[in-house]
Every structure is written in structure tokens, then in C-alpha cells.
Design a protein around this ligand. Structure first.
Ligand SMILES: *[C@@H]1O[C@H](CO)[C@@H](O)[C@H](O)[C@H]1NC(C)=O
Ligand SMILES: *[C@@H]1O[C@H](CO)[C@@H](O)[C@H](O)[C@H]1NC(C)=O
Ligand SMILES: *[C@@H]1O[C@H](CO)[C@@H](O)[C@H](O)[C@H]1NC(C)=O
Ligand SMILES: *[C@@H]1O[C@H](CO)[C@@H](O)[C@H](O)[C@H]1NC(C)=O
Ligand SMILES: *[C@@H]1O[C@H](CO)[C@@H](O)[C@H](O)[C@H]1NC(C)=O
Ligand SMILES: *[C@@H]1O[C@H](CO)[C@@H](O)[C@H](O)[C@H]1NC(C)=O
Length: 424
């Protein structure tokens, strides 16, 4: 196995020098900073003593080390950065960078809360407030200029997790910076929101009201489907949504660990007349699976059950290809994978048969791509990647004098040039 990986790595480096273009580094940070730190401290991001009895002197204020970026989404010059509240001291879980306002030589711009600090703020007593956002992992922008994300409603503080409120699906119109709608995810769908770490939106620009969101739950092993038109949600479960215990070993940046994350990422292939193929995988797995939007959109079927055969395995991607997020590019028909066990970005052209041999690596970086946590595309098709060193943050200690967080971008065509995914 090891030999294969090394060999693949060398091949890719060789190819990159000759043919395909490296991803471009957009920003990098040692630690995150917030522009309005002082304002935040003044405006009450503190918790009363009795909430945290085991830490009587605890008082929450900005703690840069605890701010670990998990998601990046680009839209027309704005970069949305999400920071789930997994430790205290996160002033805003949803943040933005106005790229045109960043100085040319600035590689570590500060973040602003989005839409503002108030909406991102927790109440002193952790009172539920569905007008506010508690914790967000990743977001997506759809063809209709809307930002979609799930607020898990949960503070995942070690030893003291708090479900502040029900998880909610949020939809924000980015052309006006106005909330379109929130949808409170009912208990009949799921008890806790903590497994909803990503989502994908299925919509055509001609019919924005006919949007669907498909939300994987990596904890429950479920896919939740939200219909914007019906304003309803339903749920599918399947054995392929669970992690594969045989792929649970990770070795990243010197840390050995075992995880059990189930279904993590969903991406949609090319539409035929009406339906699109759906590709998905658990994070702890090296297999890719498929179904159809015809299945997911069928609420009757979801409730009736007996749909096991609608979810199928495509096959093995290859050794050590465990992946967080993946994305299908409609122009090249290529799927891009963020690969955590190889510090890499992988690819497969959906016009090729699904085999291990037809998968390739297009970028490999043992410094800048440690734990690629997010990978998605903007309306122009440009791919954006965020790597955040998560295993070091969890199991060891980040070196705050090194660059720990990196944002990358590249166009699909340049990224695949000369690889097995380039059929042109
Ligand atoms: C928390 O900080 C606020 C503002 O600085 C202060 O008024 C309050 O006494 C602090 N509470 C605790 C428990 O330290
Ligand atoms: C799916 O959910 C149903 C109802 O909750 C349960 O009976 C069934 O065992 C679940 N199937 C799988 C594969 O988890
Ligand atoms: C469209 O795709 C669906 C599933 O993805 C498939 O069942 C159907 O046969 C396809 N229709 C056509 C016209 O190819
Ligand atoms: C939805 O699923 C049900 C139950 O399997 C089936 O009878 C129905 O034809 C499906 N609806 C659509 C639109 O495919
Ligand atoms: C895909 O696999 C099928 C059956 O194994 C084979 O006939 C076909 O030639 C393959 N197609 C490509 C593009 O390799
Ligand atoms: C993205 O596409 C829009 C038009 O669709 C264009 O105005 C803009 O310049 C493009 N941006 C980039 C970075 O290519």
C-alpha cells in the first residue's frame, strides 16, 4: 500500500511540473483574527458563571486559538468562512472577507461577522434564539445567489456540550443580504443537529422556488431532503451512509487516530431531462456510492421505505482516499475529492468507468493541504479548497508561528490538465 501511495505522489508531482497547473494560494493564516474584537467584547459575548459550574471563573471572550475555520464558499468577490463553535471564544460562526478590500500584499486578512455580529452572538444564559446563528460547519451558494447552511444549534464544548436550540436550515439572499427563510428541523427528523456538517442545493436558475437541499448527517447516517416549494423535510437511511470500520485508520501530520464519521458529502452529476445522479460517501470509507435525485425527491418513497436497492455502490476509489467534501464540475464532468489521508485533491471523470485506476491525484501538498476540510465551486466553476490542520488542533497543538489554514483555488480545466481526468 505504502509503495503505491508514494509512487502516485511522485507521479503527480512530475505531472504537475510538466502539465497541470498547481492550485493558487489565495490566503493563509497562522491564527484567525476578528476585525471587531473590541466591539465583540463590549457587546456581551460573555457567559454567566452558573452556566459553567465546573469552571467558576470562566468568562468567554475572543480566543484566536479556538477559532478553527471549517468551510469556505466564494461568491462574487466575497469569501464566506465558517467556524463551528467547538470551543469557547468564537465571536462569529459565519464570517466574510470582502476580497476586493484586501490589500494586494495581505495574505492573512481579518474576518467580519456575516451578516453581522449580533446575529452571530450567543445570549449570556444560552437562551434559545432562532433569529441567531449558533454553529455552522459549511455553506453553499446556489445558482439563484442564495447562501444555504445548517446551523446545528449546538455548542460542542469538550465536557460541556450544549444544545442551545433546534437545528435550522438557513437561506440568505446574497444580492440583498436578507434572510429568505429559516426552517427549524423537527425532532421527528433528528434529535440533535451536530451531524449536519454540509449540504448541497439542487436548483435551476429558471425556477429558484423549486429548489431542494440534500443534507447528509454523518452522526445519524441519514440524508435529509428539504423542498423549498413544499417547505417540508423528509429523511432516508441506508447501510451505505455508515462508516466502514475497515477504513477507520487515519495518519495525518504525525497524528494517528480512528474516526467513525458516516455520510459526509453529497454532489450532483449532470441533469438528464429531469433527474441528476447523486454521488455520496461517508468520510470513513474509500468507496463512492450513488442514487438519483428522483429517489431523494420522492417523499412518499422516503416514508414508505423499501428503497434499499435505490442506493448503490459505485466501487473503490483506492487506498487511503478517505475524503471529506467532493464536488462535481458540470463543464468537465469531473468529480474533485478533498482527501484527508493523503493531503491531496483527487479526481475522477464521470465519463470514465468507476475504477481505482481511473482516479488520479491533481494536487498533493504535505504542508498546505493538511486536512482539506472543504472543497466546492463558485458560480464560475472555480474550485475553492480550505485546509485547516484539524487533527493537529484536536490531538496536539498547532504551531501558531506557522501557517495553519490555507485557502486555495483553481479552475477545473487547469487543475485536471494532463491527468487521467482530462479527456479533452
Ligand atoms: C465577565 O466579563 C464581564 C465583562 O468584562 C464582567 O462584567 C463579568 O463580571 C465577568 N464574569 C465573570 C464570571 O468573570
Ligand atoms: C431506517 O430507519 C427505520 C425506521 O427508523 C429502521 O427501522 C431501519 O432499521 C433503518 N434502516 C437502516 C439501514 O438503518
Ligand atoms: C435520467 O436519470 C434517471 C436516474 O438518474 C434515470 O432513471 C432515467 O432513466 C434517466 N432518463 C433518461 C431520459 O435518460
Ligand atoms: C415515488 O415512490 C412511490 C413509491 O415507491 C412510487 O409509487 C411513485 O411512482 C414515486 N413517484 C415518482 C414521482 O417517481
Ligand atoms: C467500461 O467498462 C465496460 C465493461 O467493463 C467496457 O465494455 C467499456 O469499454 C469500459 N469503458 C471505458 C470508457 O473504459
Ligand atoms: C465570473 O463570471 C462572471 C459572469 O458570469 C464574470 O463577470 C466574472 O468576472 C467572473 N469571475 C471570474 C473570477 O472569472
Amino acid at each position: 500500500m505504502k509503495t503505491t501511495v508514494v509512487f502516485l505522489g511522485l507521479t503527480t508531482i512530475f505531472l504537475q511540473n510538466v502539465l497541470c497547473t498547481d492550485f493558487q494560494k489565495v490566503y493563509q493564516w497562522k491564527q484567525l483574527a476578528h476585525r471587531k474584537q473590541e466591539d465583540t467584547a463590549r457587546s456581551n459575548i460573555v457567559f454567566r458563571e452558573q452556566i459553567l459550574p465546573q469552571q467558576s471563573s470562566f468568562n468567554e471572550s475572543f480566543d484566536s486559538y479556538n477559532n478553527i475555520p471549517m468551510g469556505v464558499t466564494h461568491h462574487k468577490g466575497r469569501l464566506f468562512i465558517t467556524i463551528p463553535r467547538r470551543r469557547p471564544g468564537v465571536p462569529a460562526t459565519l464570517n466574510v472577507i470582502h476580497m476586493e478590500k484586501v490589500a494586494k500584499d495581505e495574505q492573512s486578512p481579518p474576518l467580519d461577522a456575516y451578516p453581522d455580529y449580533i446575529i452571530n452572538q450567543l445570549h449570556n444564559d444560552y437562551k434559545a434564539d432562532l433569529k441567531r446563528i449558533v454553529s455552522v460547519y459549511r455553506s453553499k451558494v446556489d445558482a439563484c445567489d442564495r447562501l444555504w447552511f445548517v446551523d446545528t444549534g449546538m455548542l460542542e464544548y469538550p465536557d460541556n456540550p450544549i444544545q442551545v436550540q433546534r437545528p435550522q436550515l438557513w437561506i440568505i439572499d446574497l444580492s440583498r443580504d436578507r434572510k429568505v427563510r429559516t426552517f427549524e428541523i423537527p425532532e421527528s427528523i433528528v434529535q440533535q443537529g451536530v451531524g449536519m456538517a454540509s449540504l448541497v442545493v439542487d436548483v435551476e436558475i429558471e425556477s429558484c422556488d423549486k429548489a431542494f437541499a440534500y443534507i447528509p448527517d454523518l452522526v445519524q447516517g441519514a440524508i435529509y431532503v428539504y423542498s423549498f416549494e413544499k417547505n417540508r423535510m423528509w429523511s432516508f437511511n441506508h447501510s451505505s451512509f455508515s462508516h466502514n470500520p475497515e477504513r477507520a485508520n487515519f495518519f495525518v501530520a504525525g497524528q494517528r487516530f480512528q474516526w467513525d464519521d458516516g455520510i459526509f458529502s453529497i454532489t450532483l452529476g449532470k441533469r438528464n431531462t429531469t433527474w441528476r445522479p447523486v454521488y455520496y460517501h461517508p468520510m470513513v470509507s474509500t468507496s463512492e456510492f450513488t442514487t438519483s435525485t428522483a429517489t431523494l425527491q420522492n417523499e412518499t418513497l422516503a416514508n414508505a421505505g423499501g428503497y434499499e436497492s435505490h442506493f448503490q455502490s459505485l466501487g473503490e476509489r483506492g487506498p487511503n482516499t478517505q475524503s471529506t467534501m467532493h464536488h462535481h464540475d458540470p463543464e468537465t464532468d469531473v468529480i474533485f475529492y478533498a482527501e484527508v489521508n493523503r493531503n491531496a485533491i483527487g479526481c475522477w471523470n464521470t465519463q470514465n468507468n468507476f475504477t481505482t485506476e481511473n482516479h488520479d491525484i491533481i494536487q498533493l501538498d504535505h504542508k498546505g493541504l493538511i486536512y482539506p476540510t472543504d472543497l466546492n465551486a463558485d458560480v464560475n466553476g472555480t474550485i475553492w479548497v480550505l485546509a485547516n490542520n484539524l487533527p493537529t488542533w484536536i490531538y496536539s497543538r498547532l504551531d501558531v508561528n506557522q501557517f495553519n489554514f490555507h485557502v486555495w483555488r483553481q479552475t477545473p480545466r487547469k487543475a485536471i490538465a494532463g491527468t487521467k481526468c482530462d479527456l479533452y
